[in-house]
Design a protein around this ligand. Structure first.
Ligand code: 2P0
Length: 340
């Protein structure tokens, strides 16, 4: 019954985890890509991926105007196969042209897998007749499917703030993302402080597995993460900025401690990363604009602050040695789908 009906266009915004995901659940189907810990993120306004999936005579993947082949393209086509199967579509999967554009103002160093796999999932579901509009149940279903492409992509179906629970069910049915109450009028910004140019990030997927297998801190990381999630959600609901910032920093540094204790060590920071962290802390202690830091599997620092303090804090951080650029990003909107 599910025939490829039409071309579909999806937009999904990237996200940054305030409470981090690092590690996959052991002993379950790797295809499900189930996280060992839940996570909580802010969707980013400017940073987004727009993807069009349309029936074609052969599979092809174009990213930012360039034809992509090899492993990255194979990953995209494998995800199309997976979606076709998950949608219980009959017959062979139709060949598709996937045309994607990353609107990530600085191409280097910021993960695009979250917005990329979310947009791909939505557009392919539209093309395969598995989604006509993004109502709540459809969004939740597509979030679980996006997770199988990349864990962080599950969070990019919604705007604002999003929580992805790890769940315990073997089939992943309770590993679901959900939107948290909108922060407005409690208006926040995330400053993305670029501390390197063109740096290729070390892949997260392999790093996580390595931490699970070798880091003595990994069990403590997993055990303590649910409390951080609850604390962050409570802080969001109470609009308690400092409480949210405190748990956000704790989650980040706990993840990096777990990474550093991995064999061989996973060290994603550079010197400027530390300088930025220190600058944020010093400003906070000195009564300057208040920010809280987080960082992912790369050297850049993301700083959460109140909207009204964002210009002053961005100016301070732009002056730190080794900083190339500071982007100010607001909470972003829900992902969208258009059948064309
Ligand atoms: C996060 N990261 O919560 C964490 C913090 C990186 C550090 O989600 O293996 O690309 O595809 O599920 O989603 C990056 O991991 O990993 C990530 P896979 P993904 O944002």
């Amino acid at each position: 019954m599910n025939q490829p009906v039409t071309a579909a266009l999806a937009t999904a915004h990237s996200n940054i985890a305030l409470v981090k995901y690092w590690g996959k659940r052991a002993g379950c189907d790797p295809e499900l890509n189930l996280p060992a810990v839940g996570s909580l993120s802010m969707t980013l306004d400017e940073l987004r991926t727009v993807t069009r999936v349309a029936p074609a005579s052969a599979d092809r993947f174009e990213l930012d105007g360039e034809e992509v082949e090899g492993k990255p393209a194979a990953k995209v086509f494998a995800h199309l196969d997976r979606l076709w199967r998950l949608g219980a579509c009959s017959g062979p999967r139709p060949r598709c042209a996937v045309v994607s554009t990353n609107h990530l103002p600085t191409a280097a160093g910021l993960a695009s897998s979250a917005s990329g796999f979310a947009a791909l999932t939505i557009a392919a579901a539209g093309c395969f007749g598995l989604a006509e509009q993004l109502d709540d149940p459809t969004r939740a279903r597509l979030s679980a499917w996006a997770r199988m492409g990349s864990g962080s992509a599950a969070r990019s179906l919604w705007g604002g703030f999003v929580r992805l629970d790890a769940g315990t069910a073997d089939d992943g049915s309770d590993c679901r993302a959900r939107p948290l109450p909108s922060p407005r009028p409690w208006d926040l910004r995330l400053l993305v402080v670029h501390t390197a140019r063109g740096a290729k990030q070390v892949g997260s997927t392999g790093g996580m597995e390595s931490s699970r297998l070798t880091s003595p801190y990994y069990p403590a990381w997993v055990e303590s993460s649910a409390a951080d999630l609850d604390a962050a959600e409570a802080a969001l609901r109470a609009r308690a900025f400092d409480q949210l910032g405190e748990v956000m920093e704790h989650s980040c540094f706990k993840m990096h401690a777990c990474m550093l204790a991995t064999r061989p060590a996973l060290m994603y920071w550079n010197g400027a990363t530390l300088e930025v962290i220190r600058a944020v802390w010093q400003l906070r202690e000195a009564g300057g604009p208040v920010g809280y830091v987080t960082s992912d599997a790369g050297p850049h620092v993301k700083v959460l602050c109140r909207a009204e303090q964002a210009p002053a804090l961005a100016a301070e951080l732009a002056a730190v040695a080794g900083v190339h650029e500071v982007q100010r990003v607001a909470p972003g909107p829900d992902a969208s789908l258009e059948l064309t």
